[in-house]
Design a protein. Structure first.
Length: 86
């Protein structure tokens, strides 16, 4: 049974531990504890799933590159700008 009694009952420390779990920054015992907690706590599982989604989107965004025509268009605009006298 979960030690969380409903929405809002998991504290920031518990959520920090879940982030550490995702980062692989816990000992084997701590990994087991957090895994067991996630198996029984819907609230934390929901937060865990959301964090996984966010991390996936960030990773994907970091590996995508802009289309060549967009890069060319931006560079053309930059080069066509007239310098402003200071």
């Amino acid at each position: 049974m979960s030690d969380c009694q409903g929405l809002g009952d998991c504290d920031d420390t518990r959520m920090q531990r879940i982030y550490e779990y995702l980062d692989g920054a816990l000992t084997r015992e701590d990994l087991t504890e957090i895994k067991q907690h996630l198996d029984t706590c819907d609230e934390c599982t929901e937060q865990y799933d959301l964090e996984c989604l966010i991390r996936t989107m960030v990773k994907r965004s970091c590996t995508e590159s802009a289309p060549e025509n967009l890069k060319t268009s931006i560079l053309d605009r930059i080069h066509s700008m007239k310098p402003v006298d200071a």
